[in-house]
Design a protein. Sequence first.
Length: 965
Amino acid sequence: MTDVTHDRIPLAALEHGTPFADRHVGPAPAELAHMLDVIGVGSLEELGQSAVPEGIRERDLHLALPEPATEAQALAELRELAGRCRPHAEMIGLGYYGTVTPPVILRNVLESPAWYTAYTPYQPEISQGRLEALLNFQTMVADLTGVPVANASMLDEATAAAEGMTLVRRAGRSKSPRFVVDADTMPQTLEVLRTRAEPLGIEVVVADLSEGASGLPEGEFFGALLAYPGASGALRDHEAVISEVHERGAMAVVSADLLALTLLRAPGEMGADVVVGTTQRFGVPMGFGGPHAGYMAVRKGIERQLPGRLVGVSVDSDGNLAYRLALQTREQHIRREKATSNICTAQVLLAVVASMYAVYHGPAGLKAIATRAHRMASVLAERLRRGGVEVVHGEFFDTVVARVPGKADDVVSTARREGVNLRRVDGDHVGVSCDETTTRARLAAVWKAFGLPEQPDVDELDAETPDALPTSLLRTSEYLTHPVFHTHRSETSLLRYLRELSDKDVALDRSMIPLGSCTMKLNATAEMESITWPEFSGLHPFAPAQDAEGLLRIVSDLEGWLAEITGYDAVSLQPNAGSQGEFAGLLAIRAYHHSRGEAERDVCLIPASAHGTNAASAIMAGLRVVVVRCDDQGNIEMDHLREVVEEHKDDLAAIMITYPSTHGVYEDTVQEVCGLVHDAGGQVYVDGANLNALIGLARMGKFGSDVSHLNLHKTFCIPHGGGGPGVGPIGVRAHLAPFLPNHPLQPAAGPSTGVGPISAAPWGSASILPISWAYVRMMGSDGLRRATLTAVAAANYVARRLDEYFPVLYTGSGGFVAHECILDLRPITKSSGITVDDVAKRLADYGLHAPTMSFPVAGTLMVEPTESENLAELDRFCEAMIAIRAEIDKVAAGQWPADDNPLVNAPHTAASLVGEWNHAYGRDVAAYPLGTRVAKVWPPVRRIDGARGDRNLVCSCPPLSAYEG
Ligand SMILES: *Cc1c(COP(=O)(O)O)cnc(C)c1O
């Protein structure tokens, strides 16, 4: 017998297998030891002590979180929680409908890391796949709405309507503060409009437009929102109202159901200036409220006012057609307080799903789905009428409202016993919405709930029932005529199209994405797995809470855990992006000042280095932005801060800072900053986008901040999806808790004293919360702290390795960076002519994604490696950067001409290597700079000309002939 007593691993540990934290954290212990060696510290703890200022560091902080679960345990718990969700057949409507995600799209987009781990396509040369998918999305929206320019997604329908309101205010000539809203607008949309309108001094006037233009109020207004169809399902021809709105010097926004538009006249044909809505029912599960892609499309002439991201067509340096984000200079980090909106992270992954749904079904398929919903509703209504139940509207698309005096509650609860959720409009009215999943059998259940148990011959009824669409509103124009909507009818064809597109892109499944500020860390499979389980994804956001017990448990767990992690007293998960969290947080501050009779406090201090969304959000919250200077170390200039605080001591509302700063350093003045602002009566907002450098070390709620947003799509492992979804919860200290967002249709979603809803759904993008839940559940306190310290170690390792090639711009005291580092290319650019752009594009030749370019400092690259990359990948990046530095030196030394070298010509496609080659460097240098044994990722296009595409804006699919470059 061999002696196995020494070094024996206890059975209890063996049974658990590898802890999840060991999978999440990239560097193995020996690798980490090497990294620490290069950094010059003895341990992670020592690094933490050296890098994080004493004053804010909480010694031996142990977060009160559950002991870490294994992947199998966490999944078992999620299964159990899913078992406590009981989605009914959801016929509530109000903007959320049953839909079938085609399995080929579910698995190969929604569940495919090639799509969900991608970043926002700022590097278009390695993002052509998702850019094409988004161009398809824009084309789909533009075609169906009948207005020519659509963007690549909004956060949801309600915020899209709010953005529509502010767009027409910006773009129009009217000086009136009044905005008219159709009384038949979805209740959540109306309330989000009110939340957004109030701080801007916009007066929302609700008008009954059921009789047409005569319902418009007297006097001036700058715009009007019309519902098509309305929340009640009623269908009206808005043409006369729109022309009256125009007549009176205002603009018209129409919120339209995209599926209905396959049958109905397009709002653009009625003269709409802006059309908004959601694409949820295009194959995106309801998910208890989200995420889904909202949309916005505008008529010609106001396209440059569009918020959000717009994909446009341009050409690459070989003259081939290529896509990129258009009008990128409008991006919020450039425009700051002049930005058109604060939207940054949008809903790209869901927009891709919706676009592929249209690609797969094509116009005829979509029309058949719409017709099914309409016919089901028509037959439903007919039987109700024949059974003596009054149907309120004779003309509708998919929603029927029945009048049942005093019996609405009875009908709704009987329906629930039949497994169906209906909408209780009020005590006398019940709404029923049909959709792609409605069956004849389900109609029978609904009739039963209305007290009509004896079942008719549905097919006979169908034959006898005419459509309920007004003839004047029938669609005659064509849509989705582009070949892409006609080519992929078979699953094989769509499968290959999806693969062809994703193969053009570099996502986390191919390379590290060292994007400073964006925290592109692992999105673990065990975290992702549950989000498409039908128990979570099939819930309607306005379904009774008991249907969602398991998911609501996830909500409350996560709220508690995030409060513990950040040191705040209360958390709201409603904001569906960081930008929305900023807005919600600033509204809380504003409401707090108002509640204390200090409404005059309206100045928001923002350091020059801040992310552009900060200033944009402050403007939306009705605050005046005053910029605080930063010194040449990148720190807030304390003397200047003292000066502006003194100057504004009577009207100071808040300061918005980022911690660690956007310069990637732990500023040791942060407590002093908080103290100064508090002493002057202001509140402190800490932008939590850099929380990955703090968890387990320090807590903003404890070092002086009053409110923060977190980005669950950065720090808490929700994937970026190519530019969304996101979740941007806010944490607040107790005095701000009464001013968190709430929701008109769900009292449990926030305090009754709250500032109103800032998202359409009570818990925002609820269906992706299991991702962050699973992350915290599997990491536990020690795992999270280890992740933070490893992220800091990785950034300092890269900084040490690259400093002699590309000087690291800022460090904190002790010479350490936080979780990211800025590489200064400006001197190199000056001496060689090689720019950050050239380096970024050249990295694509090396098979790597570029770091963040020119934020927060122009001419620099900001590198954030995260804790999830192992040493080999960190080294691959460093070696590529070092090799690029050597290439730059050759240009500077004149060995390669300034206008013909692998940097300025980067990236190199395979096609560019065949045929004649007359460059100053070889094909091998172009394509295999680190040798041919390296697995090659080929960029699909050469350098893209952005400016040219902006001058000549093309934002929908070009004809196939355009590709023959
Ligand atoms: C990402 C980021 C934001 C905005 O968050 P979104 O989710 O994209 O809206 C704000 N501030 C900083 C510092 C960020 O990095």
